[in-house]
Design a protein around this ligand. Structure first.
Ligand code: FES
Ligand SMILES: [Fe+2]
Length: 428
């Protein structure tokens, strides 16, 4: 349970808010590289952390992320003409370069120098992997580029998608931290989904619905260890990584790709859920990629012309009560991603955390909230760089591993919890 002011602090990420400042300490995924496929292609509207921005790519291929609105009288530059190294507002012809600098005001004589005084807000936009990343914080505090393993392996080993989720970022993240729900919400999915089935770990998951959780701090966030019974007195551990503020990594099953998420605020009532899958040592197979494109695993099938899932709150997630009753799906909603999304959106746009009743399996969530609040306070009051910004905090992995009964998982799996180039994830 949180006090109202704590819930507000954690859920509000607009400019100037403490959590907004914490998010603005990091490189964040802004859009898929495929959304700006060529030079002079149409611009794309991007709303992040409650700021309305416009992404575009100029004649020379330079990526740009600027204020969406023209500095003259404020129309959306989304209708802009992308021409000759600049974006021209079609209302009265003002033109901007990739840095947001105004370079032409046709109604004013060039010698007046008027346009040099006009510059739009702009943020860096950099391609790494299949993602265009931005950093929206103070320029003098810009950290090194992100080093998430999924974005640095060869392109044939990785796949990423995003979807719109119509609720606050924190309740979406909390679903990623709370791995106890897998035994319930997703129980029908583990042996059906092509990116999860056939794993020994599934049997451990389904055979022990009362996992024991041990949550410990890591340099970048938390390790969330879920322990279930295995054979001969051993334990099956699923170790999730949370890296601050908004990344979760999930241990793979069998030889399936390993995945994870970013939970990125669009505004306080909507977020982007980014879903990646990669294999550290082999290309993804054609079947795996087709499954992902068809909405398996962490991915979804989209409504036409956007990033919203085909089954969404307007059609009640196509809930199938007969499948629910028959135990085919536990919730009646089909697919991992939409089970999570549906459950979380149905809490309302910002869940009221003053009314919850937490239990021991919520320890990860409790610790994550406190770490976020502590880091936001340290940033605002002392300018301390938050955990997760340092690329060393990003070079980590989730792990699924069977350990002896007396093993301390964070020590026994120390090597498996790091990126080990050339070596696969620890997986069961
Ligand atoms: S509003 Fe853009 S040029 Fe006038
Ligand atoms: Fe889930």
């Amino acid at each position: 349970m949180l006090r109202q002011e704590q819930n507000d602090l954690l859920t509000q990420t607009g400019a100037g808010t403490p959590m907004g400042r914490l998010f603005r300490s990091n490189w964040l995924p802004a859009l898929l590289a495929s959304e700006l496929p060529e030079n002079e292609c149409p611009p794309v509207r991007v709303k992040l952390l409650s700021e309305r921005l416009l992404a575009w790519r100029d004649t020379q291929g330079r990526y740009s992320l600027i204020d969406e609105f023209c500095a003259h009288r404020g129309t959306s530059l989304w209708v802009g003409r992308n021409e000759e190294d600049g974006l021209r507002c079609p209302y009265h012809g003002w033109k901007y370069d990739w840095s947001g600098q105004c370079i032409d005001v046709p109604s004013e004589p060039p010698e007046s120098g008027f346009c040099q005084k006009i510059k739009l807000k702009s943020y860096p936009l950099v391609k790494r992997g299949d993602v265009l990343w931005t950093y929206m914080g103070p320029p003098d505090k810009q950290p090194p580029l992100p080093e998430w393993e999924f974005a640095t392996v060869p392109p044939e080993q990785t796949y990423i998608s995003k979807r719109l989720q119509e609720c606050n970022w924190l309740q979406a993240l909390e679903g990623g931290i709370d791995s106890s729900h897998t035994s319930w919400l997703h129980r029908g999915e583990l042996e059906i989904d092509p990116l999860h089935r056939g794993s020994k770990g599934n049997q451990y998951n389904l055979g022990d619905a009362r996992p024991h959780f041990e949550v410990v701090e890591s340099p970048g966030g938390l390790l969330i260890g879920a322990r279930r019974n295995a054979e001969s007195g051993k334990y099956y551990w699923r170790i999730t990584q949370w890296i601050m503020p908004c990344v979760t990594m999930i241990a793979p099953r069998a030889d399936h790709p390993a995945g994870g998420h970013f939970w990125i605020p669009i505004d306080d009532e909507n977020c982007w859920v980014w879903n990646w899958d990669y294999h550290a040592v082999r290309p993804l197979t054609r079947d795996e990629v087709v499954a992902m494109e068809n909405g398996a695993g962490r991915h979804v099938i989209y409504e036409q012309g956007g990033w919203r899932a085909h089954n969404n709150k307007d059609n009640d997630y196509l809930i199938d009560r007969a499948a629910q009753k028959a135990g085919i799906t536990y919730s009646g909603i089909a697919g991992f991603a939409m089970q999570d999304s549906g459950i979380q959106e149905l809490m309302g746009p910002i869940v009221d955390r003053t009314k919850e009743n937490l239990v021991s399996t919520d320890n990860g969530i409790i610790m994550a909230r406190h770490r976020l609040m502590r880091a936001a306070k340290a940033l605002v009051e002392h300018g301390e760089i938050p955990p997760g910004v340092d690329p060393a905090h990003q070079r980590v992995r989730a792990a699924a591993i069977v350990l002896p009964a007396d093993a301390v998982y964070k020590d026994a799996a120390r090597e498996e919890l790091k990126v080990r180039p050339g070596l696969s994830h620890a997986r069961v």
